[in-house]
Write a new protein. Sequence first.
Length: 166
Amino acid sequence: MRRVKTFICVALIILTLQACSFVGETDYAMFEERFNKANKEIQLVNSNVISENFEKSTKYNCFFDAENGGKYMMTIYEKNDSNIITSCTLCVLSSINLDINSVKELFCSMIFAYSQTDREISEKIFNELKLNEENTYKRNGNTTAEFDNLKINIIVNGAGTAITIC
């Protein structure tokens, strides 16, 4: 009887520990949940999301109103065969009034949704990439940087700036 009690206790502990952890990659539903958790003021809502199905992936275009006029767009790609987010891109049009604080909030929420990166670390990455400087959004070019398990690519051209996490 004592062995049975011990076995049951150990089994319950293992089950409890497994229930508290998430093992695997992020799908769109989890991305959306994490994004909304990261910032209560900026939310992904279905009414602002357009999805397109392709042969190998689904593309989600999400639109956010900017405080100083215009819109920001985030594009998220999810593999169809595995439902894993492969990349997400934040687009900042050059035709809108740049609001670096809005870009920072969207960037930090996006990076948390993609990889659960803490706010402090995502702000540090934002600053290291010089996304906190207005000139970054005006100089045409392509920059790629890696931070732990994240690869971030920034493309700036006449149309605007694309910040991609993959």
